[in-house]
Design a protein around this ligand. Sequence first.
Ligand code: CUV
Ligand code: SF4
Length: 654
Amino acid sequence: MVDKKTIDPAVKEMMEKAKADGIITAFDRAESTKACPIGHVGSCCKNCHMGPCRLVGKTTVGVCGATIDTVAARNLARAIAAGAASHSDHGRGMAFTLLAAANGEAPDYKIKDANKLMRVAEYLEVPTKDRSNEEIAADVARAALADFGSLKGEVSYVKRAPEKRKELWSKLGVTPRGVDREVVETMHRTHVGNDQDAEHIMMHAARTSLGDGWGGSMLSTDISDILFGTPSPVASRSNFGVLAEDEVNVVVHGHEPTLSELIVVAANSPDVLDYAKSKGAKGINIVGICCTANEVLMRQGVPLLGNFLSQELAIATGVIEAMVVDIQCIMQGIVDAAETTHTKIITTSPKAKITGATHIEFHEDKALETAKLILKTAIDNYPNRKNVQIPDYTDRIIAGFSHEYIAYMQGGVYRESFRPLNDAISSGRIRGAAGVVGCNNPRITHDDPHLEVVKELIKNDVLVVTTGCNAIACAKQGLLTPEVMEYAGAGLREVCEAIGIPPVLHMGSCVDNSRILTVLAQCVNEGGLGEDISDLPVAGFAPEWMSEKALSIGCYFVTSGVRTWMGGTSPIEGSEMLTKLVGEDWNNVFGATWHFEPDWQKTVEEALAHIDAKRKALNLEEYVPGKYAKSNTYFPADYTSDEEFAKYSRTRAK
Ligand code: CUV
Ligand code: SF4
């Protein structure tokens, strides 16, 4: 049991209201439902009906003879395959939407970013000369769809990786052929009686995860940008205070931008607004949870209500007319929570229904019509509110840092490059960079390691890029504003001020972790920091992960060359061999290792030592803390003290 459930005051306030109102949340269920200690560490196999076999105590093999190492590796590989499948199937959906838009079968969608379309066409070798955007887009969509189903060769975007990395993958035989093929092969290999060598199983898990990172996810990001625009900096707000007392509140939750983008459009249309007014509301307020929120924040500035663990508590406010969900990370518990209030849970994806929810199925050909129908349902619900309470906490944020924008801000349209960042790293102004990403998990104090890791990194001159629920945690506690500079190390601060960026960059949703891969490849290609991603002084973190998708991301970070730390307990603790394989031996295979470590402080210490070792190997200037301080006495403010942080953060009652 965790001593402290959350560090977010708004979440704490809502937990009390939920309790008073009889709403059960994941925080409660995490106490009443203990994790199975055998499965939790990867030691339970249920891959056939001779089992499940629990490999504990004197039982060292399953009925079939499978060892703990085989069992743990199969479990991890299957989780990675499920994660890769989820991201990639989302990406495939985006490709189908683009195809429908290009063919005129989805009249509410346009090609919003023609520049991006041209760039993607080039990657996918689609001819562009003398062709209309629609013709190009249709071929881009077809080429993307082919990448999901291809059986031979390699997924197209592998070519975006640095030369040396591509050679390594090819030598190891882990270059992904087609996204679907790798997922299917993982399922095949892990069926009873197949691949029973942990190391061999994990090589295929690596291949599968690379199909996600450099395949499904990267395609998803690119196609979303073509359809909805490549993000550039946008200001918005976050936390429960973004809910409006006198407007119809609609929460978009899940992962896809397709419907939510149109809900934003519909909410601004005069007929819908008039209808809202006719029911006594002043307007329509769209806010988001999880990665759908990140998608519409990055491009439309839609405010963030909260991350994964806020979904049931959001309902407890009593002011949400509709929670519109699509796919992934949606707790079935929201339906029960909604029973106690007037909130309507609306499922929209043909892939995801929830018993007891209202299903309004979404199809691209009638997108705006569906969005309006959903909003009308929400508006009709406005007069039914009772027992209302909105925690008065809100913070300002700047988001929208696509890899394109990061290149642009370093030199403008004609001279965009990664030179300034690479130089800043070489000179030791910036010590290194880190991607901090991933979920919440009620078995870990909500948002605490997320924020501590980020604060500690920027204090130590490490530039942070963030996505997913970490980005939302940062947003809610004031870490996504330029003012947070005060807490960054002097060198990092100087560079950020010169380029005009905050030290923590929100790069988007979980599929947008592919943007981080692109940035890493660009840093390598710019020159001066080695020849491979594994040469860079960088690190990956997922301090509060819980989903299979997070394991897929962790795996493709590592197999792309980024040493990565996942928080919480280890899903492979049961196998010493597997823990050593990914945590030590993989350094000689992929040039990076994968760690599961509950102590966030230890992860940051290890990561800083790792960054310094990489700097040394590259013969870069030695990093000296405070070297670039304007006065000798300058040290970043002590972020670790709660009082100091509270002084800065605006997340407090107004
Ligand atoms: Ni896909 S996967 S809880 S919303 S980051 Fe958030 Fe991001 Fe994990 Fe889900
Ligand atoms: Fe047990 Fe082997 Fe069947 Fe797994 S595959 S449940 S270890 S018999």
